[in-house]
Design a protein around this ligand. Structure first.
Ligand code: GDP
Ligand code: GDP
Length: 455
């Protein structure tokens, strides 16, 4: 008994700081080529070249788990965004605006060898307006001689410029210390989803799948758009829409309604936008265009939802474009495409005609119920006991790890910690996940399983 309690407490301590949600968010912003990616790689301690020398190549990830001086945080990297030459100022500002909005503190990177540019000044205005803490990184100060360059950046009015060479690592510890000093311990933006009140939905998907059409259709179908909150000075960010018989927050809709300038970096911009919306949402509806084959970008958005630990509904849109005789084939195709997320509720809709959009509510409710689920420790262990007795872990190298005990320290999404006597291989973990799903449902929710080995 006592031991179980101790284990439970240990598990709770562990998961509290673990999930991506709730950790403070530090964003790295600045013009292209100032060295953001190089800096981020240094912080993450990665040696491999994520720095892209090929223009137009974008990375798919936006935020990374990071750690400095024993503190864990989420690092948002905007370095992969290619801007088009014509609209460069507008693009940098747009990108910075999103990144700042989703951050608790910002590291603003400036190229000290170039000095402040007009674009830098523009970003400074955004930073000021946001009121968020800023640490000024004067990058490319590769030697002490160049430190004079860094001090010119006092003129930006952001306080002390920290001379850094992201390339060689010079000064990066000091600037990270400075960032930790201003980064709040508890995030004000991430994972702070208010309990109670309308549930929060993000409509996500690659450009042109029909997000804005669906939003309009949902807002129009029901007589009321109750009201809008002003998130920034200009844009209504979240909209309250009544569906079924209750209101829902559709979060971060400004980016959907305002047609984003399409640049060669639109991909990256879209995934940054998705990330920002996911931070605020409990459940995501991933829209997929049913009239064309599924793309890698669609898969990536789905993965982003799973990684962020949000509940998931997949909506195949533009169903009105489908020929009757193509439908059976499409159904099979879709099943293959979604094999990794068979657990997600799927609906086929047409945002244009409104067909089946009324099915969204039930799918959202199902996914959220799963996301909220807590399984009492007794039931969980009764189930696992039977399962592992009937299907023990395979013997490896003469050893057979045993599962001792499991607990679910948190929900939203459900997180499980399994204590075992040895390494549990991936295949067996998947087996447990599948059986957990079969037994307890979890339709529409990712679940996390971690294993602790006790000697
Ligand atoms: P980003 O577009 O802001 O992400 O910039 P990158 O990280 O891709 O860097 C742009 C270029 O600047 C690359 O060629 C880097 O090797 C170079 N660079 C980055 N940091 C430093 C630095 O501290 N010193 C010098 N000399 N070059 C750097
Ligand atoms: P977003 O970029 O994801 O917000 O996509 P939009 O809502 O702007 O839609 C992109 C294009 O697809 C527009 O031309 C829409 O009219 C069209 N579209 C959206 N939903 C549907 C649909 O259900 N059926 C058809 N036929 N076209 C649609």
């Amino acid at each position: 008994e006592d031991e179980d309690l101790a284990v439970l407490e240990e598990a709770e301590g562990e998961t509290e700081e673990r999930g991506p949600s709730g950790l403070p968010v530090l964003a790295v912003v600045g013009r292209p080529n100032v060295g953001k990616s190089t800096f981020v790689n240094r912080v993450l301690g990665r040696r491999e070249a994520v720095v892209q020398d090929t223009p137009g190549v974008t990375r798919d990830r936006v935020s990374y788990p990071a750690e400095w001086a024993g503190r864990r945080f989420t690092l948002v990297d905007t370095g992969g965004w290619e801007t088009d030459v014509a609209g460069i100022d507008a693009s940098v500002a747009q990108q910075a605006e999103v990144a700042i909005a989703m951050a608790d503190a910002v590291m603003f990177v400036v190229d000290a060898t170039v000095g402040p540019t007009d674009t830098d000044e523009q970003v400074v205005r955004l930073l000021r307006r946001s009121g968020k803490p800023v640490v000024l990184v004067a990058n490319k100060v590769d030697s002490p001689v160049q430190e004079a360059d860094a001090s010119l950046l006092w003129s930006l009015g952001l306080g002390e410029p920290y001379p850094v060479s992201a390339l060689h690592g010079r000064g990066s510890g000091d600037v990270l210390d400075a960032a930790m000093a201003v980064l709040p311990r508890v995030s004000a933006v991430a994972g702070r989803i208010p309990e109670g009140g309308p549930r929060r939905v993000a409509l996500v998907g690659r450009p042109n799948v029909g997000k804005s059409s669906l939003l309009n259709s949902l807002a129009g179908a029901e007589r009321v758009v109750v009201h809008e909150t002003a998130g920034t000075t200009r844009d209504p960010v979240d909209e309250l829409i009544v569906l079924g018989d209750r209101p829902w927050w559709f979060v971060d809709t400004a980016g959907i309604r305002r047609r984003v300038h399409q640049t060669s970096g639109a991909d990256f911009y879209a995934s940054l936008r998705t990330q920002a919306a996911l931070e605020k949402a409990e459940v995501a509806v991933v829209l997929v265009d049913a009239s064309v084959p599924m793309t890698e970008q669609d898969t990536r958005v789905i993965q982003q939802v799973i990684d962020s630990g949000r509940a998931l509904v997949v909506a195949y849109n533009k169903w009105d474009l489908m020929d009757e005789d193509r439908r059976p084939f499409l159904e099979r195709e879709i099943e293959l495409d979604l094999v990794q997320v068979q657990w997600a509720p799927r609906i086929n809709v047409s945002a244009r005609t409104g067909w089946h959009t009324n099915r969204l509510v039930k799918a959202l409710e199902t996914a959220l119920d799963s996301w909220d689920t807590r399984i009492p420790t007794g039931r969980l262990n009764a189930f696992l006991g039977e399962l592992t007795a009937a299907h023990p872990h395979p013997v490896r190298g003469g050893k057979q790890p045993r599962i001792l005990f499991a607990t679910q320290p948190s929900n939203r999404p459900p997180r499980f910690v399994i204590f075992a006597t040895g390494f549990i291989e991936a295949g067996y973990r998947r087996f447990i996940e599948n059986r957990l799903r079969e037994h307890f449902g979890f339709e529409g929710s990712p679940i996390e399983i971690s294993v602790r080995v006790r000697e």
